[in-house]
Design a protein around this ligand. Structure first.
Ligand code: C5P
Length: 219
C-alpha cells in the first residue's frame, strides 16, 4: 500500500489548520479539517433546536447528518444538509458550543468512522484535529503533535494575558474549550511514536519547515 497519510493534532491556536494546509500543498496532498466536521454538526444541532443536554438526540443528529467537506487545501467548503456553512461554522457561538458535540462519545464514534472513510478515499492526505494521531489514523505514515505555549497560542489569536477585559474573556474561552475537549481526547501529550513540534518560538514558515522535516524523518 503506497498511500501517504499524515496525522497532525494539537490544541486551538497552535496554528494547526494553516500549517496543515500549507504542508498538504507542499506534499501535493489532500487536506482534512476534522474540527470543521464537529463544527458543522454543532451548527445543525443549534439550527434544528436540538436540546444540547440530550446526548441521544445529538448522537442521532450525527448519524443522520448529510455532511460534505472539501479536501482541497485551496478550496474550503463545508455543507450540511446541502447548506453551505463554511463561514457560519467559524462564528463564536459555534466555538462556544462545539465541545458539547465533541464530548459525546457516540457522536465521536460516527465522525471518526466518516473521517476514516475520507482518509481511505485519498492517495495522499494530511488530516488534522485532536485525535488523529491516536484514534482516527494511528497507522499514519507520520504522526505529529503540534504544540505551543499558552502564551504563544493566545498571542496568535491577537490576545494578550493581562490585556483588556474583553481580551481576558476571550482568552478564558479559548482555554476553557481546550480544557473541556481534553476530558475526552488527550492532545496535550504526544502518544507513543508521535513526534512533537513545538511552535512557540517559530514563525509560520519555520513551523511548516519543522513539520515537513519531521515528516521526512518518519517516511
Ligand atoms: O480545530 P477546531 O478548533 O476547529 O475544532 C473545533 C472543535 O472540534 C474542538 O474544540 C473540539 O471540540 C472538536 N474536535 C475534536 N476532535 C477533532 C477535531 C476537533 O473533538 N479531531
Amino acid at each position: 500500500n503506497d498511500q501517504l497519510v499524515i496525522a497532525i493534532d494539537g490544541p486551538s491556536g497552535s496554528g494547526k489548520s494553516s500549517v496543515s494546509k500549507a504542508v498538504a500543498r507542499a506534499l501535493g496532498a489532500a487536506y482534512l479539517d476534522t474540527g470543521a466536521m464537529y463544527r458543522a454538526i454543532t451548527y445543525s444541532v443549534l439550527a434544528n433546536g436540538t436540546d444540547l443536554s440530550d446526548a441521544t438526540a445529538i448522537a442521532q443528529a450525527v448519524r443522520d447528518a448529510q455532511l460534505e467537506i472539501s479536501v482541497d487545501p485551496d478550496a474550503e467548503l463545508v455543507k450540511i444538509g446541502g447548506v453551505d456553512v463554511t463561514a457560519a461554522i467559524r462564528e463564536p457561538r459555534i466555538s462556544e458550543q462545539v465541545s458539547t458535540v465533541a464530548t459525546n462519545l457516540d457522536a465521536r464514534a460516527e465522525l471518526v468512522r466518516r473521517q476514516q472513510e475520507i482518509i481511505k478515499a485519498n492517495a495522499r492526505i494530511v488530516a488534522e484535529g485532536r485525535d488523529i494521531t491516536t484514534v482516527v489514523a494511528p497507522d499514519a505514515n507520520a504522526r505529529i503533535l503540534l504544540t505551543a505555549s499558552e502564551e504563544a497560542r493566545l498571542r496568535r489569536r491577537g490576545l494578550q494575558l493581562g490585556g483588556s477585559q474583553n481580551d481576558e474573556q476571550l482568552a478564558t474561552q479559548v482555554l476553557a474549550r481546550d480544557a473541556k475537549d481534553s476530558t475526552v481526547v488527550n492532545f496535550t501529550q504526544a502518544a507513543d511514536g508521535v513526534m512533537t513540534v513545538d511552535s512557540s518560538d517559530l514563525d509560520f514558515e519555520q513551523t511548516i519547515a519543522a513539520v515537513l522535516d519531521a515528516i521526512s524523518t518518519a517516511t
